[in-house]
Design a binder for this molecule. Structure first.
Ligand code: FEC
Length: 299
């Protein structure tokens, strides 16, 4: 059998002029209020993607590092931008692959997120190769340890975060929220945060909710920071568990929006470095892929 990997990510516009088409892809053709589009363009402008995106570059670095680690071809496929998941599938098939591992750079399963990646890949492959799709890896020990390492020595209150989703997922029996809380619990335990008196060493909040007009899962980090402040907490370390790279949701929602609010409240707010293409993280991804493809690990 000839193996390949399709490494999937959310995708990001390459330049400012791409933002309307990108947003329309996310909305799946549903209408977009002009003020929401203007707001999104402004966020990307302030992140400095006037001519090219540093965000897609991170996915490429991760892809290249994973390919080197595995010694197998890895193709990037974006859910909402190019190269599309279908293009990655075609490239893997053109390279002669008959067994393909599908890995998403997002650890937690939801019918409103990972399922969409899976459907795009299945449709593109149309049975032309064996697909080994990894649905979730929220409790993968290497991932848990990587995050634990980044919060272990802090004295701050740790807030674990992840992208919010419309509240209706709860009624769908979706495992998303449960998996997120499990990751947070595992990382806190591995970092030794659960031990000791007080029980106020960490908490969980959502972030990045969209203006879609329906209720989203909460608490939102901005409200949560206010609540922590009211409880007398003045030093917070944010540990995103639902994302793995520096993208808009990290560099805007946390580094700009949450930071500005923290300043107003008089709270100290830091966040951990994202895994990006950290070698330990890439080794963890490689382990997931080897298990999915039943490829032996190197001695
Ligand atoms: O850096 C970048 O350019 C892209 C950052 C980015 C990531 C990301 C991850 C997730 N999203 C998830 C769910 C939703 C749902 C909607 C939604 C909307 C947006 C918009 C932008 C955006 N998301 Fe995102 N998401 C990123 C960016 N997301 C931009 C649209 C404008 C806005 O909200 O400001 C609502 C769709 C709708 O309108 O119907 C739902 C989930 C993840 C984490 C899993 C994953 O990475 O796939 C879940 C990164």
């Amino acid at each position: 059998m000839s193996d390949a990997i399709v490494l999937m990510a959310y995708g990001s516009p390459e330049r400012l002029a791409d933002v309307p088409a990108y947003y329309s892809d996310i909305r799946g053709g549903r209408p977009i209020a002009p003020e929401h589009l203007d707001d999104l363009v402004e966020r990307y402008r302030r992140l400095g993607i006037e001519d090219s995106s540093p965000l897609n570059a991170i996915t490429e670095q991760t892809r290249a590092a994973l390919e080197a680690e595995l010694g197998l071809p890895v193709f990037t496929g974006m859910k909402h931008w190019t190269p599309r998941i279908a293009e990655a599938a075609d490239a893997a098939l053109a390279a002669g692959a008959d067994a393909i591992a599908g890995l998403v750079l997002a650890p937690h399963y939801s019918a409103l997120s990972i399922k969409g990646y899976r459907e795009q890949l299945e449709q593109a492959l149309a049975g032309r190769a064996e697909l080994h799709f990894i649905d979730s890896w929220h409790d993968e020990p290497g991932f848990v340890e990587l995050l634990a390492e980044r919060i272990r020595d802090t004295d701050a209150h740790v807030v674990f975060t992840a992208h919010s989703l419309p509240e209706r997922v709860l009624g769908m029996g979706d495992p998303y929220k449960e998996q997120l809380l499990e990751t947070a619990q595992l990382v806190a335990s591995a970092a030794g945060l659960s031990r000791g008196a007080g029980g106020d060493r960490w908490s969980f909040s959502f972030q990045s909710e969209s203006p879609t007009g329906e209720p989203w899962l909460g608490p939102d980090i901005l409200d949560h920071l206010g609540a922590l402040h009211a409880r007398g907490i003045d030093d917070v370390l944010v540990c995103p568990v639902g994302f793995v790279s520096d993208h808009l949701e990290i560099r805007w929602d946390l580094d700009v929006e949450a930071k500005e609010l923290a300043q107003e409240l008089g709270l100290r707010l830091d966040r951990i470095e994202m895994p990006n293409d950290d070698p330990a993280f890439v080794r963890t991804l490689a382990g997931l892929v080897r298990r999915a493809l039943a490829v032996p690990s190197p001695a």
